[in-house]
Design a binder for this molecule. Structure first.
Ligand code: NAD
Length: 358
């Protein structure tokens, strides 16, 4: 099959790590008979330098015309003193909103060979971890009515958590489908013992669960979810959350895995067009030195195959190649020494090692 991918390399280590992901996609294409066409577009600091704005209209247009978007990272000290509307990060928020991306998928994977990097007791993460957090991204308290007023005790402030059935349904469907493509287990996080918005959330989830009988669905209160993530994280497969609960729980889950260069993410909207990127930033401290770990970006490209193009075998091949490389002791400097003796590799060499496994 043919797929058109818009590529935003961005700033700092962005170009180095994205190049390794593209070369990996090419190997997948050859092996499984697909053709990927890449159109490179500007966003972030490099876009500011060339066009004066962080998100040129041309970039939005090309992304919308593509089947999917692969992003490295944007930003860096060079642009830190610019006014807010001209900062590289504005490009990031702008592209998410222009593409209507309402679902954020963040896997927290602790590969067994890297379990020493985990902050939990070894026996808690014996076989590694593989959790996917599906977070609602464009609704809830971060977007609800807010304000300040004078109350009987002086100044007050409020923020409003508001979710419509439609918003809950569309994010829940993303989570049910993701669970179906994984181990078939979904935990829906809420605070239904206190919040009305959570009671509506729960009602909608229970109704939808009837449409996905192959997915084992349960509710979990957010305070319990936070506790269980450190007590027994391996019990989770897919965790579905509102915007704010997901903000907090996804950081907690990623900290458990201990390594920022390994964590991918996907932001999805209607249709198959989505944005796939590592969760880390542009790492200006190591840019251009061949020290960046390309694995988060390579796995992000794998998520694109899985969620945008429904190429499960191909995505599994990437995940298995990464695991194999780690088992052999290959490490970039950020994970050097984790899990015993390592063979230290540069960014390009790590990309090559993954491709050699394919
Ligand atoms: P960062 O994630 O870029 O770096 C934090 C630390 O992790 C650094 O020591 C860095 O060297 C290391 N690191 C990050 N990715 C790595 C990788 N792949 N391999 C090895 N080590 C890696 O966060 P920061 O330093 O706070 O931010 C740097 C810039 O990135 C800022 O301009 C920030 O705004 C931007 N940023 C962009 C995004 C994005 O584009 N999605 C996200 C976060 C931060």
């Amino acid at each position: 099959m043919d797929f058109k991918i818009a590529v935003i390399k961005g700033d700092g280590i962005g170009p180095e790590i994205v190049d390794e992901a593209l070369k990996t996609l090419n190997v997948i294409g050859k092996k499984f008979g697909h053709h990927f066409t890449y159109t490179e577009v500007l966003m972030g600091g490099c876009a500011i330098d060339k066009t004066g704005v962080p998100l040129p209209d041309e970039t939005v247009k090309i992304c919308k015309e593509s089947d999917s978007v692969l992003l490295g990272a944007v930003g860096g000290p060079k642009w830190d003193t610019l006014p807010g509307h001209l900062r590289p990060e504005k490009g990031l928020l702008g592209i998410r909103s222009a593409l209507g991306l309402y679902a954020n998928l963040r896997p927290a994977t602790l590969y067994a060979p890297l379990k020493d990097a985990c902050m939990l007791k070894p026996e808690t993460v014996q076989d590694g971890l593989d959790i996917l957090i599906v977070r609602e991204l464009t609704g809830g308290i971060y977007f609800g009515e807010r304000g300040r007023s004078q109350g009987k005790n002086g100044e007050e402030a409020y923020d409003t958590e508001r979710y419509s059935v439609k918003e809950i349904e569309r994010i829940a469907r993303v989570a049910f489908k993701a669970a179906r493509a994984r181990k078939g287990k979904l935990a829906s996080v809420d605070k239904a013992n206190v919040l009305e918005s959570s009671r509506l959330w729960r009602e909608v989830i229970h109704r939808l669960a009837n449409e996905y009988p192959d997915v084992e669905c349960r509710d979990i209160l957010v305070d319990n979810a936070a506790m269980q993530l450190v007590r027994d994280p391996a019990q989770f497969d897919v965790l579905l959350t509102s915007n704010m609960f997901g903000d907090i729980l996804s950081d907690e889950a990623s900290m458990i895995t201990g390594s920022i260069g390994m964590l991918p993410s996907a932001s999805l909207g209607e249709g198959r067009l989505g944005l796939y990127e590592p969760t880390h930033g542009s790492a200006p401290d190591i840019a251009g030195q061949g020290k960046a770990n390309p694995i988060a970006t390579i796995i992000s490209a794998g998520m694109m195959l899985r969620y945008a193009f429904d190429l499960q075998k191909e995505a599994n091949a990437i995940d298995e190649a990464v695991l194999s490389v780690l088992k052999k002791g290959f490490r970039t400097p950020d994970i050097a020494g984790v899990g015993g003796e390592s063979k230290l590799l540069s960014t390009v060499e790590m990309g090559e090692a993954v491709r050699a496994e394919l």
